[in-house]
Design a protein around this ligand. Sequence first.
Ligand code: GDP
Ligand code: MG
Length: 696
Amino acid sequence: MKEYTSENIRNFALIGHGGSGKTIFTDAVLFNSGAVTRIGRVEDGSTVSDYHQDEIDRQISIDATLATTEFKDLKFNILDTPGYTDFSGEVFSSLRVSDTAILFLKAVEGVEVGSELVWKYAAVAQLPSMIFINKMDNEHADFDAVVEQARARFGPTVALVQFPVKQGVAFKEIIDVIRMKMLVYKGDGTGTYEEKDIPAEHQERASAEHEALVEKIAESSEDLMNHFFEQGTLTEEEMSAGLRGSLARREIVPLFCISSLTNVGVTRAMEFIADYCPNPLSRGAAIGTKPESTTEVTLAPNSKGEPVAFVFKTLSVQHVGELSLFRVYSGTITPGLDIINQRSGKVERINQIYQMRGKDRKEVTQIIAGDLGAVVKLKDTHTNNTLSSKTLPVVLPPIQFPDPLITGALKPKGKGDEDKISTGLHTLHEEDPSFMIKVDTETHETIILGQGEIHLDVMLKRLKARFGVEVDIKPPRIPYRETIKKSADVSYKHKKQTGGSGQYAEVYIKIDPKPRGEGYEFVDAIVGGVISGKFVPAVDKGLQEQMVRGVVAGYPLVDVKVTLYDGSQHTVDSNEISFKIAAQQAFRKGILDAAPIMLEPIYILEVTVPDEFMGDVMGDISSHRGKIQGMDSEGPFQVIKAKVPLSELYQYATRLRSITQGRGIYRRHFSHYEEVPHDVMNKLIEEAAAQKEEEA
Ligand SMILES: Nc1nc2c(ncn2[C@@H]2O[C@H](COP(=O)(O)OP(=O)(O)O)[C@@H](O)[C@H]2O)c(=O)[nH]1
Ligand SMILES: [Mg+2]
């Protein structure tokens, strides 16, 4: 590969709902630019970007894949991202290092929930964006309907730059309203096309669309607007410059029609990327901060500057080790360079560096500012770390990964694997920060958190393949709480006075419910010293311990006030232990007398689905003790809001996927605690008793 300047680089991410053709498009681009000799098939596992075994097995993208190729003397760095929401983390990291986002829509289904989601991510990242309507060869393709949807959902910035002559199997000709030509593709899979004059019957629409585009471009600058009014149109040059600017400023979102599978429209799209999409220089400086400070540091993408690179992804490659994928924000990365990981302050030596194409790597001598590459065997560098020279200590803001959507508790299969499991999980988290681990201090369970069940499943498969340990996953213990509804007045006498040193303590306590969230309160109402001051704290301590252990089913008690108001002691046999025991016994009795109830965490669930699935989704929520709070329509989707007990949300992602055939998404967050219905409570009590028996 020849040497490039930063201006000659195009970094773009392909985003979209699963199955919109991003992976096949990647292959088509590689094929059209001569990097591969054929377009692979998802079904055979022969595509460049879905090369991991788990991707081949499931026939979906799981990892974002970087594929580099040369086209028209430019270097294209394609980031093919997964569409499944389980792997949203990959979309975030890819967008972070891209200069353009390309949203893929299907010519039949149009805007799907996943399309909206990733579109929002691109908007948050403020990335210049384009839309490709793919699968135009599908017999039910409806270009105009999808354009209308896209405009309705994404706004008037969506600008048509082409339209198809025929759709479905006959999709071979495209009217290009920038060039005002008809592009006639051979349709033999080679991706080549000829330019012809626009046939008479398409002239009218072509002119109208051309004018609409020119006007949109003119609107983006006062100068252009003036020229437009003076001349009635824009020159080709003005139009190009204007389009470049509007795209960069997110004022225009050019829209294309393509078929990746038949390789129609792809070459023209590549030419557009080459001619119009921003390059790292035009995207401008990145802003970092000095390590452990808020002082900003501006990093111009200058290859001659101090080297600064940001690791956006870590891959583990068999027989090689860890491969860190990075973008250079300043300077040039070369083998042999000593560079500092600004997280740890430690020096890393840059070994071989590579340019990536799926699983293939090509060793290169340098990666310059604005470019993407990979380096092997860094000692202690992970995703989200910034590497920079000693003279320019800087940290780039970390990728904000999405909050976890689901959790699972680990159940190790083998004994003594704990260390290996812990190391493995930790490594997996460092590679993919959207996968997390925590230990529940209340239940002592190891909890793994991720974006969906497939996400967790993939991680556990990797744990097995790479670290040789197998674990099962079970529903995490729900953090139920116990509390009371009534007051109770009880006493207990603890007495053991046969032989040796005796034990004696007697307490009278009153137990009252407290308002939700107020916790535990202890009131010392002893008068006349019937229990001496040195034993009162032991009573309090005994009660607190029992609060944590619970009474009814072993869950922590909350919101209880206990008043110690009477009792008796023995001059010789009373001690702290005796009072603790007496207090706990009295308390247990009292709680059972005080109309004990259990509380469970309730979550707000927000499900977004196409209209037709609304009924099924609501039915499912209701049958899982959920209460529908309301519905909102958002374009073609319904957003259903409901309150659902956490215990009913285990594996919700899978349930929703099967109800909606993968066309629904959801979010959830904790809302409050609510009383558990009687039957559920009885079941919990039974379970607790059974477990106690098992442990005994
Ligand atoms: N008919 C048709 N099928 C396509 C096209 N592009 C991709 N596909 C198919 O759609 C499925 C999903 O494609 P894939 O590239 O994996 O989608 P991704 O999830 O967006 O990466 C595969 O079976 C592809 O062969 C296209 O332009 N036309
Ligand atoms: Mg894919």
